[in-house]
Design a protein around this ligand. Structure first.
Ligand code: MN
Length: 172
């Protein structure tokens, strides 16, 4: 079990639900932002101990948000969370102010290891997390999956028809 406040920045609602549950299971409190601009605002206001930052997002992407936060003197760890983890891509994240990079889909072991590297262990066993969830993980993921399926499927069909491999990879 760990302790701290994590700002999760991710534009897909289903990923937000899944990852926030993983954080809460580790004993961490969590707040969510859905794009880079919201992330900058929440990071400066709520002062999280760590940021998990998606790269591809509307309004302002993860690279832009991280650069802006570093310029505003935000010093806490920022971990990239992305499906694009080729060597050059990871190098560009690290040179833009990220501390580390986790791949999507998330591998639980490296996810837990990375968080444990940056955040302190909880001195109190089973310290109560203030959950942001009202439903069980299963109920919530199912509801969001069903809700977002038409939109996601539409975007995927468009990307496949356009032979846009990058976008296709990003949507699956
Ligand atoms: Mn995204």
């Amino acid at each position: 079990q760990l302790q701290g406040l994590v700002l999760l920045v991710e534009d897909w609602e289903d990923n937000c639900v899944l990852i926030s549950w993983m954080l809460e299971n580790l004993g961490l409190n969590c707040i969510v932002a859905n794009n880079g601009s919201e992330a900058i605002h929440k990071a400066l206001k709520e002062k999280p101990d760590l940021i998990l930052m998606d790269i591809q997002m509307p309004v302002l992407d993860g690279m832009g948000a991280t650069k802006a936060l570093r310029e505003k003197d935000f010093k806490k760890p920022i971990v990239a969370l992305t499906a694009n983890v080729m060597k050059e891509e990871v190098a560009s994240y690290l040179s833009s102010g990220f501390d580390a990079c986790l791949s999507k889909p998330i591998e639980k072991e490296s996810f837990n290891e990375t968080l444990a590297h940056y955040l302190p262990a909880s001195p109190i066993a089973e310290e109560k997390v203030v959950s942001i969830h009202e439903l069980t993980p299963e109920q919530e993921i199912q509801a969001i999956f069903v809700k977002n399926l038409p939109e996601r499927l539409g975007a995927l069909k468009t990307a496949v028809a356009a032979e846009d491999r990058k976008q296709t990879k990003f949507l699956v």
